[in-house]
Write a protein that binds this ligand. Structure first.
Ligand code: ADP
Ligand code: NI
Length: 214
């Protein structure tokens, strides 16, 4: 199978997997991340096939999307075998997507250029106007308020508070979004993140302004 065919087939397959997704891991997120990652791969001279396929499948092993990471991995591995990807490429991609998530400190440092690019592209989609919108959608789906002055400004929560969903969309900026700018791997990633960071700071300022005091 030719590379373009592998990519197009995988796009269609991933799209079908995510038809029912409502938590922010929908196909449109994948589409944006993949486009961003492809552009960065071009600039940085990275392996385009690995970058594109990793971007396309990066959320398919998230336990918000599938039953378990294990089940997701099995599904993705099988797909890559079906389209005839080499073992080296398959292992590289699996390595990237398992290293990617930013959860409870278990995110591993990316060792390859391709991994750095895909991780940056995913993080960029959590920033800026889209990032703000995704945060409010996610919080809404969890029944959280958009803002609770009693909770803000805090950058960490206890496990108990997490389990009880005691947070807010605004608080998520401090828990995660405003930290991402300093975690970017590539120069292009840093540049775009910085623009989106400034936009989010302006958004917060205006939000507090409009909220007023009780
Ligand atoms: P991804 O790896 O695709 O960024 P995440 O599961 O980390 O996926 O998050 C999906 C989206 O929901 C992101 O935009 C993220 O910022 C947002 N999000 C994640 N956790 C929370 C939360 N506790 N409150 C509000 N938004 C969240
Ligand atoms: Ni993602």
């Amino acid at each position: 199978m030719k590379q373009t065919e592998m990519i197009n087939k995988t796009k269609q397959w991933v799209k079908n997997q995510l038809l029912e997704e409502k938590t922010g891991h929908d196909w449109q997120h994948i589409r944006r991340v993949t486009k961003q990652a492809e552009e960065m791969a071009e600039v940085e001279g990275a392996d385009k096939l690995v970058v594109t396929l990793a971007a396309l499948t990066h959320d398919l092993i998230d336990d918000k999307v599938v039953e378990s990471e294990e089940q997701g991995l099995q599904m993705v591995n099988q797909w890559f075998s079906e389209i005839g990807l080499s073992d080296t490429e398959r292992n590289h991609i699996i390595n990237i997507i398992t290293s990617m998530s930013f959860k409870g400190g278990n995110n591993k440092a990316m060792t390859t250029l391709e991994g750095k690019i895909v991780q940056d592209a995913d993080r960029l989609d959590a920033l800026g106007a889209i990032g703000i919108a995704r945060t409010f959608i996610y919080s809404g789906s969890k029944g959280q308020p958009m803002y609770d002055p009693a909770l803000s400004v805090r950058d960490s929560m206890t496990l108990e508070e997490y389990r009880n969903g005691q947070s807010s969309a605004i608080n998520h900026f401090y828990e995660k979004l405003l930290k991402l700018k300093d975690l970017m791997n590539t120069e292009e990633g840093k540049r775009i993140a910085s623009v989106r960071h400034t936009f989010m700071e302006e958004f917060l300022e205006q939000f507090y302004d409009e909220w007023g005091n009780e």
